[in-house]
Design a protein around this ligand. Structure first.
Ligand code: PHE
Length: 357
């Protein structure tokens, strides 16, 4: 028992002397570990007479309890000290300059799509998608473009090899998603469809792969006035010009009747192109009231529902809005180009985003 007092002092000293959490852990192992001081003593209990064993065992247990408590106490003390030291040393320098601009840029096409989605989102449209590889029915037939129709040649379609009696196509426009949506959901419908489209065409203003955004509205009382109001609103918001002149010019698409092409006012005086100025017109999209046959093809009763649709090229309006001269550069992945025409990821697209840079 006397030597236990001795050991107690020794243990307490070991704990007190530990100057760091690491050193304290070493001390804990030396005292309570598998080969520690107290563990070894416990092992010796077996050799004692029952009476002595009970007495010595109880004393050892007390000693063990005291050691554990002292270690817990020392742990808290050392942790506090470590925290105080960090607080004393670490400083936030509020005078440091803000972090440099992020390196990455949002591609102007992505930015333009985000802006289009923001504008139509505000008007209550949701975004729909469809496959890039389409079948003949969705890309043509259901859109009232029969097999012998010249539009099939006009659109310079990429055909996939014949397979099981049919040829799939790379969709030549986003209009097949009109069909897919009307087949799937009951009116009222209000969607836009930004997506990739493909035509066999390649020069400074045409790329074999390009993007369109389709719009489709179907409801019981939808008329040409809604089409006009919606598209005028869009053009003015997108180009951020409140009094932008917008003109509807009669046109023809097999899947709309009547059809109209939409022009915005511009000026070409002095060689440059100024959007919003008067004197000249620039075509930016196609539109029309959804053809009754198209509604019927999708199982919608044209006597009950009407609607309008529109489609526009995204590259074209991105180039107009942001002054991008050559379409091909859009896909070149030249970092210098992207640094110049790209957008900061933290600039959130808004109804009128982008222009005031
Ligand atoms: N799909 C037509 C095109 O690619 C555009 C369009 C869409 C026209 C919807 C009218 C209605 O040229």
């Amino acid at each position: 028992m006397e030597s236990l007092d001795h050991i107690r002092d020794e243990i307490q000293r070991l704990i007190r002397q530990a100057a760091s959490l690491d050193a304290l852990e070493q001390a804990r192992i030396a005292i309570l570990g598998r080969k520690g001081r107290i563990t070894e003593l416990m092992k010796g209990l077996g050799g004692l007479a029952p009476e002595a064993r009970r007495e010595f065992g109880a004393a050892l247990n007390r000693l063990k309890g005291e050691a554990e408590e002292a270690i817990a106490h020392a742990t808290r003390r050392l942790e506090d000290a470590a925290l105080r030291q960090r607080l004393a040393q670490e400083r936030v320098d509020v005078t440091l300059p803000v972090r440099a601009e992020p390196e990455g840029r949002v591609h102007p096409l992505s930015q333009t799509i985000d802006e289009i989605v923001a504008i139509f989102g505000e008007m209550g449209f949701s975004v729909a998608e469809g496959p890039d590889i389409e079948d003949d029915f969705h890309n043509f037939t259901a859109l009232n473009i029969p097999p012998e129709h010249p539009a099939r040649q006009e659109q310079d379609t990429f055909y996939l090899p014949e397979h099981q009696g049919g040829r799939k196509v790379l969709r030549t426009h986003t209009s097949p998603v009109q069909i897919r949506t009307m087949q799937k959901v009951k009116p009222p419908i209000r969607i836009i469809v930004p997506g990739r489209t493909f035509r066999s065409d390649h020069d400074a203003t045409h790329s074999p792969m390009f993007h369109q955004v389709e719009g489709l509205v179907i409801d019981r009382v939808t008329h040409m006035g809604h089409l006009k109001g919606c598209l005028i609103e869009f053009c003015r918001a997108f180009f951020d010009i409140d009094d932008l002149p917008v003109r509807f010019r009669p046109s023809y698409f097999p899947f709309t009747e009547p059809s109209a092409e939409v022009d915005i006012g511009c000026s070409r005086e002095g060689g440059g192109l100024r959007i919003g100025a008067g004197g000249d017109w620039l075509e930016i999209l196609g539109s029309g009231m959804v053809h009754p046959k198209v509604l019927a093809n999708c199982g919608i009763d044209p006597a009950e529902y009407q609607g309008f649709a529109f489609g526009m090229g995204i590259e074209r309006i991105a180039m107009l809005k942001y002054g991008i001269p050559d379409l091909r550069a859009i896909y070149d992945n030249d970092l210098r180009w992207l640094r110049h025409y790209g957008f900061l990821p933290l600039d959130l697209p808004s109804m009128t985003g982008g222009l005031a840079r």
